[in-house]
Design a binder for this molecule. Sequence first.
Ligand SMILES: NC(=O)c1ccc[n+]([C@@H]2O[C@H](COP(=O)([O-])OP(=O)(O)OC[C@H]3O[C@@H](n4cnc5c(N)ncnc54)[C@H](OP(=O)(O)O)[C@@H]3O)[C@@H](O)[C@H]2O)c1
Length: 225
Amino acid sequence: MKTYLIIGGSSGISQAIAKRLSNAGETVLTASRSGSGPNHQHFDATQPGTLDLPDQLNALVYAPGSITLKPFHRLTAEEMLQEFQLNALAAAQVIQQALPALKRSSQASILLFSTVAVQTGMPFHASIAMAKGAIEGLTRSLAAELAPKIRVNAIAPSLTQTPLADPLLNSDSKREAAAQRHPLKSIGQADDLAELATFLLSENAKFITGQIIQADGGIGSLRTF
Ligand SMILES: NC(=O)c1ccc[n+]([C@@H]2O[C@H](COP(=O)([O-])OP(=O)(O)OC[C@H]3O[C@@H](n4cnc5c(N)ncnc54)[C@H](OP(=O)(O)O)[C@@H]3O)[C@@H](O)[C@H]2O)c1
């Protein structure tokens, strides 16, 4: 049995990951601002504070994220800094805290989240693309620095039905329009991403590190005529 720490776990993709791992009999610790349970700790990644960590960790998932969509000229420095702090800086700080416990594992894995809007330019995404671009850089640098003992990968989703994306998907017409924009004619479901996440965290992915995996219904790389 392995021990996983998920920053998040109370909703969306990270909750689906936690459920899958728990159902597989793994020990899953979660940490976020809401949520409860014996394996859950209250933690706000944007505030100073230390995580309660086990002696040894097999894997760490950092799931908090945001979607600020705004015309570039209306973005304030404060909004951009907040988005950078939650999506990128806090991820790096959590990894720094968890690193000693991860290093005590013979093989460990870190999973981060980017967005399709980093590799593919999309209007109104400047702030989140900057913040998640930092995650992609962090993924590759850390993968190099922590090899061979710790693998580091990231998933870059397109629109996925979760509380975070609800404002963009909260009606049949919005969901249908979003689905039609994707070559695969669908939006993501939390479980689609959790399937990929659990694979990347598992030993089945032991030859994969430093990768940003696009899970985006084809929208980031395909054109259908
Ligand atoms: N959904 C999409 O369409 C989409 C698209 C592209 C990328 N992504 C990325 O995928 C990742 C997961 O997204 P999601 O849609 O599953 O988001 P979500 O439904 O908002 O879930 C985020 C999780 O992170 C936790 N969290 C948020 N802020 C936190 C904080 N300050 N401190 C500690 N925990 C915090 C939340 O728990 P609490 O509220 O309890 O703190 C929740 O469990 C994010 O990084 C997001 O940027 C999502």
